[in-house]
Ligand binder design. Structure first.
Ligand code: ASP
Length: 324
């Protein structure tokens, strides 16, 4: 009798694999930009905080950079919807619909939205040998040297592309843009002097500014930052570009159709991870602001991205940028 009961119990477990505790194997977190860059930094800090909430399961970061983050997003959209592939992406989710004629995924319907993570300001920086020491001088230098200036970015649709586009638009000039798979390799070339200027998240630039590896001119948010390394930097708004305001966000996504029991568990883990002291300390030290409002929930995250698509679509159109 006991044996029969055991057999029934075993077959019941086999018939309902959902009863197996999720996660019971490593999770892959797709980061659609190069290793060592700003999105990668957020992702690795966040993965560590999430790991503690998910039974210490390994979370392996998969850097799939290229085409402004659209290649990595497509890879995640196509992955099995079993909770073992997730995507950590940023504002490119909202800029790419206006910049690509045909995206290899459906931004709003191809993913489960699991919650927003943080917002990150950007900084305008240059190679050390560029002869401008403040934004007014940089502006003059760019006006005089536009035709030979190289502006690095992480590809069309990336945050650095968006910021560079808005900067060129505000300054009414056009420079040569050099796309990379992320701003980590772009930073290497900026430090080496192969490219001239870049606009990049503080999660990548703070250490380089502190270490005096690059020149920093301004922050892209309307208010100055409180982070010690960046507090002295003026805003672009106060430097003459009235109304300039770019702050980018990161969010967590899963392939469409990932079971609700799993997305609920991931969302609950995300909410606790965002309060993880080590995560908060690391991110705030780099100028990031952790989300603490309703956008930590999937539906509000999705609504926010929908609004961002409208917002950036209009800005990109006004800047005269056409889709690739
Ligand atoms: N900073 C990049 C961007 O411009 C992203 C990255 O390289 O992580 O979007």
């Amino acid at each position: 009798m006991k044996k029969r009961l055991l057999a029934i119990a075993i077959s019941a477990i086999a018939a309902f694999p959902a009863f197996a505790e999720y996660p019971d194997k490593p999770i892959t977190l797709v980061v659609p930009f190069a290793a060592g860059g700003p999105t990668d930094k957020v992702a690795r800090d966040f993965a560590e905080a999430m790991r503690k909430q998910l039974g210490n399961v390994a979370i392996a970061v998969d850097n799939s950079g290229g085409a402004g983050g659209t290649l990595g997003a497509a890879k995640a959209a196509r992955a099995a919807n079993d909770g073992y592939t997730l995507l950590l992406h940023h504002v490119s989710m909202a800029t790419s619909p206006a910049l690509y004629r045909k995206l290899p995924y459906d931004t709003l319907n191809g993913f489960e939205y699991l919650g927003l993570i943080n917002e990150v300001p950007m900084t305008v920086i240059s190679k050390k040998t560029l002869p401008a020491t403040n934004f007014a001088e940089l502006r003059k230098w760019l006006e005089a040297n536009a035709s030979k200036t190289n502006l690095a970015n992480a590809g069309i649709g990336s945050a650095s592309h968006l910021c560079g586009l808005m900067l060129q638009n505000a300054l009414k000039l056009e420079v040569q843009t050099i796309p990379y798979k992320g701003t980590a390799p772009a930073m290497t070339d900026l430090i080496g002097g192969q490219v001239d200027v870049m606009c990049d998240q503080t999660t990548n630039t703070t250490a380089q500014i502190e270490g005096d590896m690059v020149r920093a001119y301004a922050v892209t948010t309307q208010k100055r930052l409180k982070t010690p390394a960046l507090a002295a930097l003026p805003t672009l708004d106060e430097s003459g570009l009235k109304g300039f305001n770019v702050s980018i966000w990161h969010g967590l996504f899963a392939p469409k159709g990932t079971p609700k029991a799993i997305t609920d568990k991931l969302n609950a883990a995300l909410k606790v991870a965002l309060k993880d002291p080590a995560f908060v300390k690391s991110q705030e030290g780099l100028g990031a602001v952790i989300i603490s409002d309703a956008r930590v929930n999937g539906p509000e995250h999705k609504k926010f991205v929908e609004a961002e698509i409208q917002k950036w679509g209009a800005v990109i159109k006004a800047a005269g940028q056409t889709a690739e």
